[in-house]
Design a protein around this ligand. Structure first.
Ligand code: G
Ligand code: G
Ligand code: MN
Ligand code: NA
Length: 253
């Protein structure tokens, strides 16, 4: 069982770690970003997925210090890679609902960018559709974040409430097609139609589309043929620790 106290101590004990998963453009095929994904190492090779502890972190409010650690660590790592001569790429970080609602989120992100020297235009904050139900306040907060220069994407797109009109009102740069639509894309006509509709809708609004959960060549072909811009998934790489991720990166020039 997960105890609040263990989670509280995970930060000071250095048990949290970020893994990075590549994001790849399709025209041409090139690594253009990474999603930072949180892992908790409780020792004895016991890795706990965020799916299992984020709910507790949300409930207890621990998500705020943990979430701050995530953004800061991702920016520090991104800056180290830029300084090492790698071509800058998008570093995408997941925000939880409570983090997005946090009063001082904008100031926090601004301070982290200043402290780390990470270029704002290469930081992307992923939020989910559910966090934007109150369109007025969500779009205002997003606008303030965009003023810092950071990008905003909608994660798990297609699984929640959404409409063209609502998307139009949010200052987002990317849509992440939920992997549940990609899984059976070879055989499920409904999923194929949904993905095509998302791509054309997004392109009409000048929003980039990235498909998640791409695991094989057939899924990739369908996405390529239907003008999807970018992909992410095991076919291109699993989430891995920073040093392992670095081995797949290109030196500038
Ligand atoms: O990487 P994995 O499949 O285990 O992620 C499970 C869930 O945890 C996903 O929904 C993912 O978005 C979420 N997640 C991963 N890292 C973070 C993080 O740093 N913060 C938040 N809030 N959620 C995360
Ligand atoms: O909710 P979010 O999209 O942030 O969750 C991302 C999670 O999806 C990551 O935790 C990662 O482990 C998982 N993931 C990434 N690529 C694939 C994939 O190709 N197949 C499956 N099944 N899961 C994936
Ligand atoms: Mn995500
Ligand atoms: Na997702």
């Amino acid at each position: 069982i997960l105890l609040e106290n263990d989670l509280r101590k995970s930060l000071e004990r250095n048990e949290l770690q970020l893994f990075y998963q590549p994001q790849v453009s399709l025209f041409p095929t090139r690594r253009i970003g990474a999603e930072a994904l949180l892992r908790w190492n409780r020792g004895h090779a016991q890795w706990i997925s965020p799916a299992d502890f984020i709910p507790l972190a949300e409930e207890t409010g621990l998500i705020l210090p943990i979430g701050e650690w995530v953004i800061r660590t991702a920016c520090e790592q991104g800056k180290r890679w830029i300084d090492a001569g790698y071509e800058p790429f998008i570093m995408a970080v997941n925000l939880s609902p409570r983090q997005f609602r946090q009063q001082n989120l904008v100031e926090l992100v601004r301070d982290i960018l200043r402290d780390t020297g990470y270029p704002p235009e290469y930081l992307e904050l992923e939020i989910t559709e559910g966090m934007t139900l109150d369109v007025e306040s969500a779009s205002e907060k997003m606008r303030q974040l965009r003023e810092l220069g950071v990008q905003i994407s909608i994660d798990d797109f297609g699984t929640g409430y959404s409409s063209l009109n609502y998307l139009k009102r949010l200052p987002i740069s990317r849509l992440k097609v939920d992997r549940s639509f990609v899984r059976d894309i070879e055989s499920d006509l409904g999923d194929r139609d949904i993905v095509k509709a998302i791509i054309s809708m997004a392109h009409n609004l000048k929003i980039t589309v990235i498909a998640e959960g791409v695991e094989n060549e057939e899924q990739l072909s369908f996405l390529q043929e239907n003008d999807c811009d970018e992909v992410q998934g095991y076919f291109f790489g699993r989430p891995v620790p920073a040093d392992e991720f670095e081995r797949g990166m290109d030196i500038q020039n």
